[in-house]
Design a protein around this ligand. Sequence first.
Ligand code: FES
Ligand code: FES
Length: 945
Amino acid sequence: MGYLKKMFLNINGVDRILVCDPEKDNLAMVLRRLGLTGTKVGCGTGQCGACSVILDGKVTRACVKKMKAVPEYANIITIEGIGTPQNLHPIQLAWIVYGGVQCGFCTPGFIVSAYGLLQENLNPTREEVRAWFQKHRNACRCTGYKPLVDATMAAAEVMRGEKTMADLEFKLPEDGRIYNTHFPRPAALSKVTGLCDFGADINDKLPDGYALHLAVVQAGTSHARVISIDSAEAEKMPGVEKIITYKDVKGTNRIVLPPGNPVAKTDGAERPILVEDTIFRYGDVCALVAADSREHAREAAKKVKVNYEQLPEYMNALDSMAEDAMEIHKGTPNIYFELPVITGGDTEEIMESAPYVVEGSFRTQRQPHLVLEPDVSLGYYDEEGRLTVHCKSLALNATLTAMCPGIGLKPDQVRLIENPTGASFGYAISPSATALTAVATIATGRPCCLQFSYAEHNHFTGKRAPGFTNLKIAADEEGKIQAIEFDVAYDKGSYSEVCRVITKGIRFMCAPYVIPNAIGLSKAVCTNHCFTTSFRSFGSPQIFPASEQLMDELAEKMGMDPLELRYKNVYRDGDKTINGHTLDVYPMVEILDRLRPKYKAALERAKAEDTPEKRRGVGIACGMYNVTAGPNDHSEVALELNADGTVTHFNTWEDQGQGGDIGTLVHTHECLRPLGLTPDQIKLVQNDTALCPASGPAAGSRSNYMNGNATIDAANKLMAAMKKEDGSFRTYDEMVAEGIPTKYIGIADTSGLTEDLNWNNGQGKHTAEFTYGVFMSEVEVDVATGKTKVVGMTAIGDIGVVSSRQAADGQAYGGLAQGIGLALSENYDDVQKHTSLVACGLPFIEDVPDNLDIDYVESYRPTGPHGSVGCAELYLSAPHAAILNAIHNATGVRIYELPATPDRVKAGLDTLARGEKIVSKKYYLGCDLHERIEDIKRNPLIVLK
Ligand code: FES
Ligand code: FES
């Protein structure tokens, strides 16, 4: 315990006295204790700028500013001092209008930082804005940064008096329609003013004396037999209430995520909530410490000793597929799930006679999600005695099913609420942190808060599965693809969570091209690395680097232009996918036609700006992704007419920043246009399982499609009930007087539109709809260092009729930025080193070009709500492959292993300089492809009815 000091500070224009520990407290802690929780803490180590405030005129990261370094009488401005909901600052309004808010966790820090810039320079250039955010380490994982620069420039115009606030505001079109417009997100106002309470803010504002604070004891090894967990010393530490181990768990202590496939050799129940007798990966939670403060809990957690016997660590799929590798989960083979695709005739024969054949082997990395907000949750018993957990989940109802047997309760005894969430991009499909909090709340009988540090979060949460791909493509004289052969292994890490990822390998390999003949195998492999989970564009970023780089290789071999080769091969009317089904729309020809002039101009630019030191190149890649979770996808929402004539929409369209609020609003408004409601007459009640129907997870680009269709159904039911014989609508009072219900459930279901794949040959229409696109990247490679700079990215996508342009633009920009990280820097491989945002390669603003060009081909989807489909995943399907092709175009270096870090590119340049070829070595993925396919033909994986 240190000493306390009285300080006198001017905060947001008001003189305030406060008392703090100048040695231990930092400025962020103090401001948050004062209730100024608009100052967010993300990394907590000075890397992300979420905690930015103005201290004596300078933008300052408050999380690393010790109070002893804050001068007495200092002037501090936080987000709360910049503007209020009734009196917004131009920067705040610009952030709302220009799509600066997605998850909103970075928003207060960025707005404060922009405010600091505009105090110094009211007329900055875009480059100066970017340099400022770079210098102040303002990071954003959602927006791709461009909208933040747009917003800063627009705010500056207002501040210079060149425009008014009214000029800046979004203008409703004359017909009042908000569908297919840039209408702002409902949640943006609370986020730009710092008034939105995220999970940590809610936890910090609990009434005194109720809650216990949890700290995790994480495994420091990747594979071990646990001998004992010694908590004797920890129990004696100050404030400790209880040390919780698996023995305290009332249920099975398992998270159960069945693979949903009869062929898989796992039941999905191998994962403990708290470690039992085996540690399967670094970061597994061996025990939880519950104490009266976070600090006490964390101190005590350091004293818990986990005694263990080391086991062999299989840190990648190649090692765990080796014949002498032990079974990581006893009784389950390390290759526990395998699916084939067999299309057309004899590929071997075609390969032998084809005039052009290209092949290669490619490896993608374990991409971390790199959200700014570390995982956080809160458990308590509500007014009805239900165990209630606030969490970041993107799959509230699925989490109930997955964790309830494990914690020893039935789903109807548990209520889950999604906190305002600082993004997830997929990882929050895991029930993990939610289950830990539930277990602790049950074991202690007290409310429990769990807040991970950034490093703990990074080790605990799932990542994108690395992929190992061998691919061979044969083409005829004209360049038309005749056959492909491939096998791909997804390194699933320690647990089988969402192992259906392997279906993507046999559905999207070489999409969106016509593949008349194919054999392929896709498999899930267990290792001792971090478990892998959903991540935007789940399952396809692993394979597009293979197919799209080989398309370029094929073009080079034939002396053809890469775009024209693709043009020749893309789906046209009536063509079938590799899974043997036709499509609702065929937009790829138009997409490539639109790209062509941009591509030619980019090639000209590259030629003009290429130097021996800084090589310039252009690369393209096509992408495609599914919409919906597959067959039998189901969503329910509810609409209720209120007494004042407004309508409330209830759903669990989890909003992780992608726009669950705006998506709900635009579809509801569009459906209810006959009622003449204004947008503010539609109320949203979302993401509380006690209040809202099960709308399914916010994953698989399904939410817009499924919940939009369910909204149409609910709206039709409500309006039919309201309609009078003369065509006018009943009021609420008239409905009640006539005994007509005022609330209606809308349902959407994909049964009938889709079918399971035939698991013996991969044929069948597995999903209701698709999105399509092409990406173009312009790069500059520094020959001396191998460092690649992306100088421009273009995306032309078809996501149907765009429902919310602001949300769609945001997904496009954000996806492109994440594609740059995936191509060049991001990784979670070395568990000792990859602990922070910076160490894991998060792109900052100067890593992402301001030149992000997006365009839409809006093909009306017959089964989609108002012609739309989904959006998020397309934009991370293949942008990284375009960057890899651009590197090759610039330098001749082919990248077989991601990320294309400077050392890898430099090694390639050196190889070429020695006059040698860069070649890839074929991976052994547990079997011979041809033998295994023949074997499956003889002995089907499953006997189909
Ligand atoms: Fe302070 Fe990240 S820089 S929270
Ligand atoms: Fe910037 Fe989410 S909006 S991190």
